[in-house]
Design a protein around this ligand. Structure first.
Ligand SMILES: [Zn+2]
Length: 197
């Protein structure tokens, strides 16, 4: 646990896949997935107030993507490019300055991590980002993959626990264990929300 963490220069907020299809009513809904939105909005406000960058990844699949069960993959078809399901949650207050990281576009493989062949690591290095605050969906799939890649890239990572939800509870618990073994700090108290809390 980490208390009283305040974003500062060298920090960025990375919001993973807060898209309609991953929220209740979507094609691949995560229980209470929409509850992350208000939490993340407070963090966005804090980052904007401090003049710090905000990144938002999105799953953005071509039709008939190989990750879909209809094509032999694991998941129901979801986040198909330019469909309402692939849009960010309508209440997510992404600033116009937010940098969008698009993944899942490859025909030959899935990309759970926002770092997987997107060039994000190079970009963050150029921007002198050394620490990422991460939230989004889902804790045990795309957030996990993203966080582990961030650690491999030697970035410090703070996971905003209230700002994420797992596909399964057991998967979420296992994901948190793996993250903490990899040196990720977990923020899990409302008092950690910094100036906006
Ligand atoms: Zn996907």
């Amino acid at each position: 646990m980490t208390e009283g963490v305040h974003p500062a220069s060298g920090d960025a907020l990375l919001i993973v896949d807060v898209q309609n299809d991953f929220c209740p009513g979507g094609a691949l809904p995560i229980d209470n997935g929409d509850q992350v939105v208000s939490v993340i909005n407070r963090w966005i406000e804090t980052f904007i107030q401090q003049g710090l960058p905000v990144y938002a990844s999105r799953d953005w699949h071509p039709k008939d993507h190989l990750s879909f069960a209809t094509e032999g993959g694991l998941w129901p078809p979801h986040c198909i490019q330019d469909t309402p399901g692939a849009a960010f949650h309508p209440e997510l207050k992404l600033p116009v300055s937010a940098v969008i990281v698009t993944k899942g576009v490859r025909f030959d493989q899935d990309q759970n991590s926002a770092f997987d062949q997107t060039g994000l690591e190079t970009h963050l290095r150029r921007k002198r980002i050394v620490r990422l605050f991460v939230a989004g969906l889902a804790l045990d799939v795309c957030v996990l993959a993203t966080v582990m890649d961030a650690r491999r890239a030697d970035l410090e990572v703070l996971l905003i626990l209230e700002g994420t939800r797992p596909v399964t509870e057991s998967g979420g618990t296992a994901a948190l264990d793996r993250m903490q073994e990899a040196g990720v700090s977990v923020l899990d108290d409302r008092s950690d929300h910094g100036p906006a809390g």
